[in-house]
Design a protein around this ligand. Sequence first.
Ligand code: HEM
Length: 302
Amino acid sequence: MPPVRNESSSFHSEALTFISSLLPPFSALPLPKLLKLIYRLMGCDASVLIASKPGNTSGLAEKDAHDNKNLPVEAFDSIKKAKALVENKCPGVVSCADILAIAARDFVHLAGGPYYQVGKGRWDGRISMASRVSFNLPRANSSVDELLKLFGSKGLNLEDLVALSGAHTIGFAHCEHFVSRLYDYRGTKKPDPYIEPRFLKALQMSCPPFGGNVDVVAPFDVTTPFSFDHAYYGNLQAKMGLLATDQALFLDPRTRPIVVELGKDKQRFFQAFSAAMEKMGSIGVKRGRKHGEIRKDCSVHS
Ligand code: HEM
């Protein structure tokens, strides 16, 4: 049983300072993987970190859902290691959800992005079920209406959707998520007309229509793939969005003005991204023993 936590105690804030001091050794971890992981939480209770129990007949944990099959093993390991170090120093105080949120923030900053506030004092979720995952995730070909509905159901608005999608300024996607745009757009047997021709050719070379290597990935931001900047929005305006959902943000008249605005000004993007990450970090936050737990090991319920 974890000790009762006092969020305002200096013990707790010391623990959090301690976590931040642990992060540099983990900076070798590719940032995108961690950021994607935190986004996948969209509810920020670390339920995605739980591993399925061998032989469990009541269902798989979230981590093992089909939609999470490409989630990065390195990111899980890093969070596990950070948690073990923190537990060693101050057991039962800092949740896995807090560690994940702080780590993602610090990595965004390391990649040149903004340093935003992370609300602390989350508890970890007690439920982790693979069957809940697909309802909560957008598809690479979701319409803007579907994205708005999903984001709206979490309390996120139009601007949050556009700003958070700016996380695709870094990282990579597997061909399976955009290959239909390259050869058979909506059953037309032709490429999506909203792909810049040279960009289309380059993607087609990496991703054949059939029989390609399933491990091949393409960068989301072809211009500056490794820096956290606002180039993503410029790319959308030049028809160089990778996923249909990325490009759709420029095609839809509701989101286009926001794409144009964030594409003009890096500071404006950083401000919108920070605000949206703060909001996302507070979605479905668990507090207290009734709904939450402070895990000792992030992959196992207490
Ligand atoms: C708006 C709807 C979104 C859709 C449809 C979407 C979809 C995807 C897909 C299909 C991938 C590639 C997965 C793979 O091939 O392994 C991906 C990667 C990624 N997503 Fe999103 N995403 C969305 C929003 C977000 C948000 C809000 C964030 C963060 C705040 C985010 C962060 C990332 C990152 C950082 C990667 C790259 C991971 C890597 O390189 O390993 N995404 N996303």
